[in-house]
Design a protein around this ligand. Sequence first.
Ligand code: MSP
Length: 606
Amino acid sequence: MMRSACCTLTTNRAVILRLFNDLFRGRLSHVYPSESQKSTCCRPPLRCTCTDSQSSRPFYITTPIFYVNASPHIGHVYSAVTADCLHRYKLLKGYDSRFATGTDEHGLKIQQAAGIAGKDPMSFCTEVSESFKDVFQRCGILYTDYIRTTEQRHHRAVEHFWTVLHSKGFIYKGTYEGWYSTPDESFLTPTQVTDSTDSTGREIKISTESGHKVEWMKEENYMFRLSAFRSELLQWFRLNPNVIQPVKFHHLVLQWLEDELPDLSVSRQKSRLQWGISVPGDPEQTIYVWLDALVNYLTVVGYPQNHARRWTAAHHVVGKDILKFHAIYWPAFLLAAGLPLPQKIYVHSHWTVEGKKMSKSLGNVVDPREAMKKFTVDGLRYFLLRQGVPDSDCDYYDDKVIKMCNSELADALGGLLNRCTALSLNPKQVYPQFSNICFPKESPEGLKGKAVSDDYRMLESVYALPGFVEKHFEHLQVYKALEAITACVRQTNGFIQRHAPWKLDQNESKDKQWLDTILHVSLECLKVYGTLLQPVVPDLADKILSRLGVKTEERNWDSLCFLVKYEGGDCTLEGRALGPDLGVLYSRLERSKEISKKATRQKSKP
Ligand code: MSP
């Protein structure tokens, strides 16, 4: 993939250099058609000047708010880490980014869970909500707002939202008769329901999609005119095929919208559901938990008073199981309320554990706190984002985390940092000097540098890397960005290995010049990797950049420069003292006995 622009190239250096120059002048922008091509300033010979300041541009990213009937698991953390990565990336790009997460605390399911736990609903919710908050804080989730649907500001927003919908005639009193799944808090049509048996062999009906038990209900409540929005929604999605990503989920939503869209029940009788927000003007009815929950995205930005500017920049991260609520109900509610629609709905698939759905009853729920203890925060974040493919479900098992972290973080990245900052190669511990004689941009007649064609190819990959990474971050395909970074790290390790700087004689001036050039180029590569990795593994990236002596204000995306000396520019880092050696970047993980046993079992499976 990284090689798309250069697969037809020969290793002829002149051709490669021409390609560099084309890249620098933007002639190949069609090859890497991301926004970065317009704004990025990391290509020599330009000094890094930010051309399109986004400092005042708002950005707003949300996670789903989490039900408090269960403790946080790695699936929840994946939703949060994914959104966190985009938020951190946007901050590095200079956006004024806000990031909201929180807990969904109303509804029948929570009412029942509190009852089973023998607690009053509010203390039950507070306890679990705090545990989500705690896990997110430990995981480095940089949220700017943590919303709970039991807060007063949210009650006010929901009541206002309801009143607007009602006053515009989109809510009417009616009777709902049909299937309801409490675990999903969802109404289902007969075609979404199938026959099954429960653990005692009794015949039951379940939701075809989630597999959860459904019940027949008939009650008088308020209905939302969802049917009135079908064609408008279809038109919106057809005109904006990039709103839902990845594209397979866009097609899925279009398919759903081909079917009839019945009106939606948006309240429950108080006698059945007490734990929720009352319908304004009708204390006998409680607002449907999904309408209540979705409005959280508006509450956070100050609805109904101050939401206008921020709301136009709304981006939602959601799991595939809640796509219908976000891609159909939510836009329809917003259209009815006369509010702008979200910019993007990023959908991700689910994590299974050792091939099975994660569930309390199977006892295979992965506790993120335990995982962080075993693999560190950045180890877990890296694994989830490197292995998590939004398009399809991913399987989690400890041994996979260990292998990935060891090979990519400890060996490849840590090894690279270690090698090119080693005291033995760099006794003065300063950012070494680059020599154009050893690594010439163009090779004048008779003057041959020491760099070989593979080295030029590596430069080419690293120059192109920020553009790739940016494009993949923008689409929230973080695993592709990490794949590209890993490939470059591999190339840089190959560069060092090829030239074996430890074999050069530091007392011999030509050798010393080449040694310093090798180290300079490698450190420049590491500076790029460290900068680009900040949204994914903030602690490790900080360790790398600090060791290189890169100041905090030099870590922004648009101030990223790579190897300016190669083009004859000035490198501000050259000659600067390296930062202190803080030890190993990422310690290799050992397999516990239990994990080894599991891995053997896994291997012997057909
Ligand atoms: N409360 C609703 C969301 C309301 S948003 C207005 C809800 N909560 S949830 O706790 O059940 O799920 C929250 C998120 O976690 C969803 O995006 C869901 O897809 C995600 N995950 C739950 N289990 C998951 C996995 N096993 N794997 C990945 N993500 C998973 O739905």
